[in-house]
Design a protein. Structure first.
Length: 217
């Protein structure tokens, strides 16, 4: 089994906010797998457990390979995400190699994605609590850029705010790429996924930079 976690905050007031990008990535991945996050739709196996909204099912690839996947959106609020993830990981006796976490990142441009096999929390409260609960930072993560806050804007207000129209235009294709990256991670592991998607992101960044006037560089 592969455990795929999207970080965010529960409740309608947080839907569509920058801090909930992890939830959006899981929604897109679930759609690609033919699954639906809806706790009232028990025919599709969606449910709440491990203090989170969960759904599981098979992921079948063209090669014939099949993996069981367990998707988890912690409902504990961002700062307490670790206890939900730790409970699911312990129950299914999963290794760190079977876990990946999707989250927002203010250090990346909006619309960029980045895969890492391990790393620091980067000041992200969700990752900080995961590291506390799991006792390690050695698990894969998929970061989705949301831009850095404007000057003098409080970071908390920024991440809990909603995307501008221009940001949303850049974010929508990134959500789809992130879901595709997760599918590749499920099938092949973190290194092949990093090799492909991180390289593609660098090429896109170079194309954008090449189009900018030299006065802006």
């Amino acid at each position: 089994m592969k455990l795929i976690v999207g970080l965010g905050n529960p409740g309608r007031e947080y839907a569509g906010t920058r801090h909930n990008v992890g939830f959006e990535v899981l929604d897109q991945l679930a759609m690609k797998l033919g699954l639906v996050f809806n706790p009232a739709d028990f025919d599709r196996t969606a449910r709440t457990s491990f203090e989170g909204l969960t759904i599981d099912g098979p992921a079948t690839f063209a090669s014939g390979q099949q993996e069981r996947v367990f998707l988890l959106k912690p409902m504990t609020y961002m700062n307490l995400s670790g206890r939900s993830v730790q409970a699911a990981k312990a129950f299914y006796q999963l290794s760190n190699a079977d876990l990946i976490v999707a989250l927002d990142d203010i250090a990346l441009p909006c619309g960029a994605i980045r895969l890492r096999a391990a790393g620091s929390t980067g000041g992200h409260n969700g990752l900080r609590d995961l590291e506390r609960a799991l006792g390690t930072s050695s698990y894969a993560r998929l970061r989705v850029g949301i831009d850095s806050p404007p000057p003098r804007a409080p970071q908390k207000d920024y991440v809990l705010g909603r995307f501008s129209e221009e940001q949303r235009k850049r974010l929508s294709p990134a959500i789809d790429r992130a879901a595709e990256a997760l599918l590749m991670w499920i099938e092949n592991g973190i290194q092949p996924a990093m090799n492909r998607f991180n390289a593609e992101e660098k090429n896109e960044e170079k194309k954008v930079a090449d189009k900018r006037p030299k006065s802006e560089i």
